[in-house]
Design a protein around this ligand. Structure first.
Ligand code: NAP
Ligand code: ZN
Ligand code: ZN
Length: 347
C-alpha cells in the first residue's frame, strides 16, 4: 500500500484535521499523481456534515483535484510522468451499462464510484478525495490539463465547471437566449462565464447586493437582488433558462415564475431539504423543471479543452490547508469569491 496524508473529518461533528491513511498500489492501468491544488466545493461541506445521507467516515473530501503525474502503471497509454492531470467527482464506474457506454458515467446504473465518500467498484473499498498529497486513479477517469492556464484556477473546473457546462450544452443555451443564474458562488460564477461565452444574455439572481460589481466583471449583463420584490417583479416571465445553484433551502416556485412560456429551470444546487413545487408553477406557461449532475468523462475533457481555448478559469482565493474550517464558515454565509482552492504544498 502507499502511505498518504490528508485532512479528514472523523465524524460529522468534528472539524477537519490531519490524518494518515493508505491508498492502493499503482495498478497496471492506474495513474498516481501528486496533488498540487484542490478546490473547495459546497458539496464537501454538505457531505462532511451528513446533510444529504450518512457518510463514510473518516472522510477526506475534495473532488476538484489537479497535479502532476508521479508514476504510471505498465499498461497506461495516455499519460506519462510529469504530465499535468486532474480528477473530478468520479474515479470509476461499471463501464458496461447503457449510460457508461454513452459517456454518461455520472448516471451509471450500477452507481459510479465517487471520488470520496464512496466506494470503488468492489462496493467495499472506501474512496478518499483530494484534500491530500497523492491519489491513484484508473487512467480512464484522469483528465488532461493544459499548461496554458493557471493551474490553481483550473482546479474548480473539475466540478463547478463541468456541473454548469454540461446542462448549458445539453439544453443548447446560446445566442438569443436569456439565462438566469441563481446564486453567485462557485457554480454560479462558472455558469455566468459559460453562459456569456455561449452567447446568452446572462442575469445573476442573487441574495447579496454586494456582488453586483463582481457579477458584471464576470460578464453578466444584468443583476437582480432577489430580496427586492420590485426587482424580482421586473424580470417575471423573462428567462428561457434558469440555472439554480443555491445550496440552501429556498422557494423554487419564485424562480419558476421568472421563466417564459416553455422555459426550463435546471437545478444543480442540492439543498438538504426538499422544496415543495406548486403544480401551477409549471402548468401555467408549460414550464420544465429539470436537474443535472456533473458531467461524463468525455464531456469533462471537452470542457477543459474549451476553457483552454477560450481562456476560461475560475476566480479563486488560494488558502492554506489549515484554514479550511474558516473557509467553510465563509462559504455558509455565501461569502466566497468565488471558489476557495487549497494549495496542497501547505498540507
Ligand atoms: P457556494 O459557492 O456556497 O454558492 C452557493 C450560492 O448560493 C451562494 O454563494 C449564495 O449566492 C446562494 N445562496 C446560499 N444560501 C442561499 C439561500 N438561503 N437562498 C438563496 N441563495 C442562497 O456553493 P457551490 O459550491 O457553488 O455549490 C452550490 C450547490 O450545488 C451545493 O448545494 C452543491 O452541493 C451543489 N453541487 C451540485 C452538483 C451537481 O452535480 N448537481 C455539483 C457540485 C455542487 P448569492 O449570495 O448570490 O445569493
Ligand atoms: Zn463539487
Ligand atoms: Zn455503468
Amino acid at each position: 500500500m502507499i502511505q498518504a496524508k490528508g485532512y479528514a473529518a472523523q465524524t460529522p461533528e468534528t472539524d477537519l484535521a490531519p490524518w494518515s491513511f493508505e491508498r492502493r498500489e499503482v495498478g497496471d492501468h492506474d495513474v498516481q499523481f501528486d496533488i498540487m491544488f484542490c478546490g473547495v466545493c459546497h458539496s464537501d461541506l454538505h457531505q462532511i456534515k451528513n446533510d444529504w445521507f450518512p457518510g463514510i467516515f473518516p472522510m477526506v473530501p475534495g473532488h476538484e483535484i489537479v497535479g502532476k503525474v508521479q508514476k504510471v502503471g505498465a499498461h497506461v497509454k495516455r499519460y506519462k510522468v510529469g504530465d499535468l492531470v486532474g480528477v473530478g467527482c468520479m474515479v470509476d464506474s461499471c463501464r458496461s451499462c447503457d449510460e457508461c457506454k454513452e459517456g454518461l458515467e455520472q448516471y451509471c446504473q450500477a452507481g459510479s464510484s465517487q471520488t470520496y465518500n464512496g466506494t470503488e467498484q468492489d462496493k467495499k473499498t472506501p474512496t478518499y478525495g483530494g484534500y491530500s498529497n497523492t491519489i491513484i486513479v484508473n487512467e480512464d477517469f484522469v483528465l488532461r490539463i493544459s499548461d496554458k492556464l493557471d493551474l490553481a484556477s483550473v482546479a474548480p473546473l473539475l466540478c463547478a465547471g463541468i456541473t454548469t457546462y454540461s446542462p448549458l450544452r445539453h439544453w443548447k443555451v446560446s445566442k438569443g437566449h436569456k439565462l438566469g443564474v441563481v446564486g453567485l458562488g462557485g457554480l454560479g460564477h462558472m455558469a455566468v462565464k459559460f453562459g456569456v461565452s455561449f452567447g446568452a444574455e446572462v442575469t445573476v439572481l442573487s441574495t447579496s447586493e454586494s456582488k453586483e460589481a463582481d457579477a458584471k466583471k464576470l460578464g453578466a449583463h444584468k443583476f437582480v437582488v432577489t430580496k427586492d420584490k420590485a426587482q424580482l417583479k421586473s424580470v417575471r416571465g423573462s428567462f428561457d433558462f434558469i440555472i439554480d445553484t443555491v445550496s440552501a433551502k429556498h422557494d423554487m416556485n419564485t424562480y419558476l415564475g421568472l421563466l417564459k412560456t416553455n422555459g426550463v429551470m435546471i437545478c444543480v444546487g442540492v439543498p438538504s431539504e426538499p422544496s415543495p413545487i406548486a403544480a401551477f408553477s409549471i402548468i401555467v406557461g408549460r414550464k420544465s423543471l429539470a436537474g443535472s449532475s456533473i458531467g461524463g468523462i468525455r464531456e469533462t475533457q471537452e470542457m477543459l479543452d474549451y476553457c483552454s481555448d477560450h481562456n476560461i478559469v475560475s476566480d479563486i482565493e488560494v488558502i492554506a490547508m489549515k484554514d479550511i474550517t474558516q473557509a467553510y464558515e465563509r462559504m455558509l454565509k455565501g461569502d466566497v469569491k468565488y471558489r476557495f482552492v487549497i494549495d496542497m504544498a501547505t498540507l
